[in-house]
Design a protein around this ligand. Structure first.
Ligand code: AAO
Length: 480
């Protein structure tokens, strides 16, 4: 359950937040596959409530496990999984299994199913009141109002969301049925939403009810990848991320805070990774610069760096994708000004198509950080160095750092102006493209810049002069 099931040596995941299934399928084929990404985290695909103004968080309130959501219907979901797997790009589903919709909501869900949350009546699953935790042992509101009462955190209502009781065999069967439907379609794994709010033993039991992955795209006997959302910022008495590392990887939110420091230029103090930070082991860590919650002040992780600060964001992503700690996910956002604002929408509330501009950027309000050359280039870097888990030839000068990765890649980053000189890259001699500027082109050169020559002694002349992209990176899978 710890293995992301990437194809070949691909690594980086990208969260195409709120994208429609048809747009994701196209992106797998035209961009993610050629650039070396491993896979896509998709928004919750199951039926959800409809909220006035269509805020993005309506999709975190399930009505049923029917694959009918704002991003598309079941057939479109199936088509996306097939087209992406066929080009080696995996699909990971954001699975909301801790709860159903919030109290006070009723009517019809995004797939037309009736429900009434106050009655805990979800006939399209079906769930009835017997499938939910009661309010015994909870505060009067039946909700969670203390993060250090770990029983309350698991047995009461997060944000007033009706809280399923995963200890019940019937509930485990229904949740496993949802996950197995997705596994049989061809998904590679799951983000388990609100993992902190479910008992590890119940989650373990549920994962053990899941099928092997679909052998049309995966070797026989492979299990789904599970990464659990557990916000643990080392607050005394709160649920610990380590409670879940036995059943999968865990989101490491302390990394968001640290990488903001590092990208802010504090290398003299923090270096690039310090075991003393108390984060989970690298093999258990699922890391990211920002996520869909904390980029807009929800969830945990403090004031993280986001696409709204482009240069700092690219530095943060270059470190995250260039270094060795954890399994990385790149956030791909849409422009927003208020925290609840939903994705770019047409007059009828339907989500706008993703359009690709001539320069490769996205239009229609989609930010597409995963397409920024510096970030896409570093995703290809992470693929090239995936099996070289060493940091060599590290060189720091104030707020500048350079290091190589086991002879398969070299990266230099400056947080204080230009940097140039002769560097030991540890790489075989040859001509390489600086993937921060562009990829190899079809006539033996590089897009965006002249090829870089690595001499027989491994040295190369390196130059960082573009303050908006203060990064230089070459690797063995991008030779001129
Ligand atoms: C919406 C409305 C609510 C309404 C609810 C029900 O906004 O007003 O009550 O419907 O009708 C998303 C949105 C919510 C939305 C929800 C349902 O963010 O606003 O509620 O959909 O539509 C906790 C959970 C964590 C969760 C996070 C938001 O532990 O799992 O809250 N994230 C996931 C998803 C998220 C989604 C849900 C869960 C629900 O990623 O998108 O919500 O499916 C502390 C705790 C954390 C806790 C945070 C925030 O964090 O430790 O566990 O996250 O508080 O409540 C310091 C502390 C740190 C603290 C942090 C933030 O850093 O060290 O511990 O401050 O306070």
């Amino acid at each position: 359950y710890h293995d992301p099931n990437c194809k070949d040596n691909r690594v980086a995941m990208v969260h195409l937040f709120e994208w429609k299934w048809n747009d994701i399928a196209a992106e797998c084929e035209r961009f993610l596959a050629p650039m070396g990404y491993c896979g896509v985290q998709v928004s919750p695909p199951n039926e959800h409530v409809i909220v006035d103004g269509y805020p993005w968080w309506q999709r975190y309130q399930p009505v049923s496990y029917k694959l009918e959501s704002r991003s598309g219907n079941r057939q479109e979901f199936i088509n996306m999984v097939e087209r992406c797997n066929n080009v080696g790009i995996r699909i990971y589903v954001d699975a909301i299994i801790n709860h159903m919709s919030g109290t006070g909501r009723s009517g019809k869900g995004s797939g037309g199913s009736d429900f009434d949350a106050d009655e805990m009546h979800f006939p399209a699953v079906p769930y009835t009141i017997a499938d939910f935790n009661g309010c015994g042992g909870c505060p009067a509101c039946c909700c969670i109002n203390s993060w250090t009462d770990v029983a309350q955190v698991r047995n009461c209502r997060l944000l007033g969301l009706t809280d399923l009781n995963q200890a019940l065999p019937g509930v485990r069967q229904k949740i496993a049925g949802f996950l197995n439907d997705l596994i049989d379609i061809g998904v590679a794994g799951f983000r388990i939403d609100a993992g902190k709010h479910m008992w590890p033993a119940d989650l373990k039991a549920i994962s053990e009810l899941t099928n092997d992955l679909n052998t049309k795209w995966f070797p026989a006997g492979r299990k789904a990848f599970f990464f659990y959302e557990v916000i643990d910022l080392a607050q005394v008495g709160e649920v610990r991320a380590q409670e879940y590392t036995g059943i999968g990887k865990v989101t490491e939110f302390r990394y968001c805070i640290k990488i903001d420091d590092v990208a802010g230029g504090l290398w003299g103090i923090h270096g690039l990774y310090d075991p003393g930070w108390g984060m989970v082991e690298s093999t258990d860590a699922f890391v990211f610069v920002d996520n869909h919650d904390n980029q807009r002040g929800h969830g945990g992780g403090g004031n993280v760096v986001t696409y709204k600060n482009p240069r700092k964001y690219k530095v943060a992503q270059a470190v995250t994708l260039g270094y060795t700690y954890g399994h990385p996910r790149v956030m791909s956002s849409y422009e927003f000004t208020t925290d609840g604002q939903g994705p770019p929408a047409n007059g009828d509330g339907s989500t706008k198509d993703v359009v690709i501009n001539a320069d490769g950027s996205c239009g229609n309000g989609w930010v597409c950080e995963h397409r920024w050359q510096a970030i896409a280039g570093m995703a290809s870097f992470r693929k090239a160095v995936a099996n070289a888990n060493t940091i060599d030839n590290q060189r720091t000068e104030g707020n500048k750092v350079a290091f190589s990765r086991g002879g398969r890649g070299f990266v230099a980053i400056s947080n204080e102006g230009s940097w140039s000189g002769t560097f030991q890259t540890g790489m075989p001699s040859g001509r390489y493209c600086n993937v921060i500027r562009g990829c190899p082109n079809s006539n033996g050169g590089c897009n965006g810049a002249e090829p870089v020559t690595v001499n027989s002694d491994g040295t190369a002349s390196v130059s960082i002069a573009d303050w908006d992209n203060p990064i230089f990176a070459i690797h063995v899978e991008a030779k001129a």
